[in-house]
Design a protein around this ligand. Sequence first.
Ligand SMILES: Nc1ncnc2c1ncn2[C@@H]1O[C@H](COP(=O)(O)OP(=O)(O)OP(=O)(O)O)[C@@H](O)[C@H]1O
Ligand SMILES: [Mg+2]
Length: 253
Amino acid sequence: MILEQKVAQQDNLIQRMKTGITGLDTILQGGIPQQSITLVSGPPGSGKSIFCFQFLYQGLKENEKVLYLTLDKKEDGLILQAKKLGIDFQESIEKGEAKFRYLNINKKLVYEAMSNEILSGQYQRIVLDSITPLSEMPMFIGNMENGNADYSFVDSEENTPSTSGPIRRRHLLFIMNALESSGSTAIITSELPMGSTNLSRDGISEFLADGVITLNFDPTMDRRKLSVMKMRNTKHTLKPQEIQITSGGITLQ
Ligand SMILES: Nc1ncnc2c1ncn2[C@@H]1O[C@H](COP(=O)(O)OP(=O)(O)OP(=O)(O)O)[C@@H](O)[C@H]1O
Ligand SMILES: [Mg+2]
């Protein structure tokens, strides 16, 4: 078999999840690869949360179970925000098909709560909106004297917190590993300052994630853009795509 045929065959074997965003799946060979982690980053108001709503809602349409983890806003506000865009999660929440969970990063047990949710293994789609507060919080690591830096020692009260670069990487690795082990397809978001050309706030997530999508806008031209910067196992354009946010959510033009 010639190489091109082999590649085409492998392409067909990759299972993809539809994003629920009109036009995006077409430029992603059908959607995001199953069991991957995609980083969606952009400045405030660029549509990161709306992207997440649409991704989860698509899962519900396909009879999947979905989880929305948030570190910034309380569940009710997000559910209401989605409802205003015509995305009503209420019924699915009542039926146990969708779960919104606010995690307070000021609580020491945030890691345990988060891992328990992620690793419960019941969700096909998971959103973590956003990862930024988590990557900036101090980490508590215990029992280092044995050379044992197991993540189960996170949350130990006796040790000193640190916010250094390597610690930020450990935070992100911990969460990425949990998402990977869960077998879910995940979206994590990162908050970028206005005008930033970085791919994430922490400068690390873009290397750990399987895919990177950036959202941006040009206020003077009143235009919004979406760019697929990286998507493993996917042939895609790097060209920024014009998008619109309307009462139906994000659409590619
Ligand atoms: N019905 C609508 N019609 C047009 N634009 C809308 C509509 N609803 C929301 N928007 C736009 O979407 C933006 C909010 O998007 P979203 O909450 O997803 O942003 P975000 O990237 O998550 O922001 P943040 O980082 O602050 O959480 C609003 O600021 C507005 O510009
Ligand atoms: Mg948001």
